[in-house]
Write a protein that binds this ligand. Sequence first.
Ligand code: ADP
Length: 143
Amino acid sequence: MAVERTLTILKPDCVRKELIGEVTRRIQEAGFTIVAMKMTRLTPDTAGGFYAVHRERPFYDELCEFMSSGPCVPMILEKENAIEDFRTFIGATDPAEADEGTIRADFADSVGENIIHGSDSVENGKKEAAYFFTEAEVVANKA
Ligand code: ADP
């Protein structure tokens, strides 16, 4: 299996609930290597750019408002089969449908406020990583 990178975001609800440590611990325990990480705060515009694919969806404004409601923690993670494995690890978008033991099942309140993001393809992962990080901020690139 190929080593892949995925972009995750610990969303503002994760930060508000003081779950940065717990979720990061679980990410590392599951075998993902953190190769870039920062805390930042999106604006409604930069959140909207990140989720541009959802622009026509009814929840878009709510999503932009939520994603800019407080600080978030984007990370680039590396692992074999990272994209699919991380999606399995975080669980379904709606926590009510997420498998037991997944991050969203354990910590998320609703389909909107669902704690964590994970890229859905290698290609999107690259684009999303570039949205938050310069090449120089990716530690593995400097090794
Ligand atoms: P995922 O984050 O699991 O890849 P999507 O790409 O479908 O899910 O949606 C992006 C984000 O938009 C979700 O993580 C969630 O925060 C929000 N979202 C999705 N569907 C809804 C909905 N029906 N109502 C409110 N927010 C939603």
